[in-house]
Structures are given as structure tokens and as C-alpha cells.
Design a binder for this molecule. Structure first.
Ligand code: ADP
Ligand code: MG
Length: 236
């Protein structure tokens, strides 16, 4: 089976779907929720029954990068019939919000237990090449811009330092009786993402947003990979 990057290139697109992005990351040993594509309500229900409840449904479209903006994320579906209904309602919501978007189907995945939300990202700087970003999720990134950057490739000590550099680091250590996050698992994740983008130089952007960090381990519940434009890839 050709990998998702080859498939996207052959189809002349740069945005990989959540399902494709997670397949590549999983193959590289990066922890992600297993997301499988369903193209009908009954297929979604069958996959959900195999995975185990509760599940999450997300819209899969080459034209949609931010799924919740168009009603394309449904959390906490507890039964096969809720999944069937959720599938139909999601397609209707998305059709209303993004009428021109081409829909490939819906991804079905396990609902991860709540954790501390962090973000791991990669972008390509015109001067420095691939760069890794780490921050806490939600308002910490969006409002406070509390993030740290390092140039790829990262050593473990770079990952250690960048995680400790953000102002919100005490939150990861655990505050007011809240359990801390598994910082060693986050360091490993950052290094593994660095290795991944170093190996796949055709990746222009990667977002693991959010990653749920636990006292023991961490898992990316959303993943988005954007390839560089084909002309740039030829030049490289
Ligand atoms: P978007 O494309 O809008 O960024 P996400 O996949 O990040 O969509 O989903 C939106 C939110 O739903 C996430 O920030 C997270 O809080 C929650 N979420 C998504 N997937 C899962 C999952 N598998 N388990 C638990 N929560 C999830
Ligand atoms: Mg997201």
C-alpha cells in the first residue's frame, strides 16, 4: 500500500487527512488515537463497536483543516445507534457550514480520557528549516503565546529544556493537588516528532493539537500534516 504522502502527491494535494496523518505517525511510533475512516453511518457504527465505546467522530474532508469550526467533531458517543445518528447529523451540520467541501467520510476513534492538553507542532522556517514548537493547549497558546521553539534535529536535552522553558511548566509538574504530567513521555514525543519531520522533509507543517498528557504517558488525539507545495519539493 503506498503511504499517505505518496497518495497525496499523486492526487496533487498538500493536506493529509487526520486518518492519513495518524497512520504515518503511528508507523513512526508516535502515540495517537487510532482513527479509522467510515463512509456510511452503519460502517461507523460497526467500527465503533470494534473499537469500544465511547467514541469520537470527526469529519474527513480534503477541504477542511479545522474540523470543529464546521461542526465536524462529536465527542462522547456511547452506543452504536448514537454513532449512526451522530454520523448523519454531522454530515448535515458540515453541509450547512461548508457547502462546497468535498466529504470523504467520518473518522471513528476511541475517546481518550481527559488529560493536560499540550501542543507539539512543526513548521518550516525559510532560514532555519524545520522547527519544533511545544506549548500548553487552549488559552496558553492562543492568548498567551506561551510556546517554545527549537531547530530540528533535537537532542533529548533540547526537548528537556524547551518543555521547561514555557511559563506554564508548573502546570505540567502538577499544582494544587492536580497530578503532574509524564514529562519524560513528552520529551520523547518531542524528539520523535523531530526525527519524523527530519526524515520526511516534504512535510511543511505538522500539528498535534491537542496531545493529552497523563501522569503516565501521553497521546495525540488530533493530527494534521501539510506537505510543501510540489514545486518546492522538487527544488529540495
Ligand atoms: P479540530 O480540527 O477542530 O482541531 P480536534 O480533533 O482537535 O479538531 O477535536 C477538537 C477537540 O475535541 C480537541 O481539542 C479535544 O479536546 C477533543 N477531542 C478530539 N479527539 C478526541 C479524542 N479522541 N478523545 C478525547 N477528546 C478528543
Ligand atoms: Mg485540533
Amino acid at each position: 500500500m503506498p503511504d499517505a504522502i505518496a497518495t497525496a502527491r499523486a492526487e496533487g494535494r498538500t493536506l493529509l487527512s487526520e486518518v492519513e496523518s495518524k497512520q504515518l505517525l503511528r508507523a513512526a511510533g508516535i502515540p495517537v488515537t487510532d482513527a479509522r475512516l467510515a463512509t456510511s453511518a452503519s460502517e461507523a457504527a460497526t467500527i465503533a463497536t470494534e473499537i469500544g465505546f465511547p467514541v469520537v467522530l470527526k469529519i474527513i474532508s480534503k477541504d477542511i483543516a479545522h474540523k470543529s469550526d464546521v461542526g465536524g467533531v462529536a465527542l462522547g458517543l456511547e452506543t452504536a445507534s448514537a454513532v449512526r445518528r451522530g454520523y448523519v447529523e454531522m454530515l448535515a451540520r458540515v453541509a450547512a457550514a461548508a457547502p462546497k467541501a468535498r466529504i470523504d467520510g467520518v473518522s471513528v476513534q476511541q475517546q481518550a480520557a481527559p488529560g493536560t492538553e499540550v501542543i507539539v507542532g512543526a513548521t518550516t522556517d525559510p532560514q532555519f528549516g524545520p522547527v519544533i514548537m511545544f506549548g500548553l493547549g487552549g488559552v496558553f497558546v492562543e492568548v498567551l503565546k506561551d510556546v517554545a521553539f527549537r531547530i530540528v534535529p533535537l537532542q533529548r536535552r533540547d526537548a528537556r529544556q524547551m518543555i521547561r522553558e514555557i511559563s506554564g511548566f508548573p502546570i505540567l509538574q502538577g499544582v494544587r493537588g492536580q497530578p503532574g504530567a509524564d514529562i519524560a513521555a513528552l520529551e520523547k514525543l518531542v524528539v520523535d516528532v523531530s526525527k519524523f519531520v527530519w526524515k520526511h522533509r516534504e512535510i511543511a507543517e505538522l500539528d498535534l493539537n491537542p496531545v493529552f498528557a497523563y501522569p503516565d504517558g501521553a497521546i495525540a488525539v488530533d493530527a494534521r500534516i501539510v506537505l510543501s507545495a510540489p514545486t518546492e519539493a522538487r527544488k529540495a
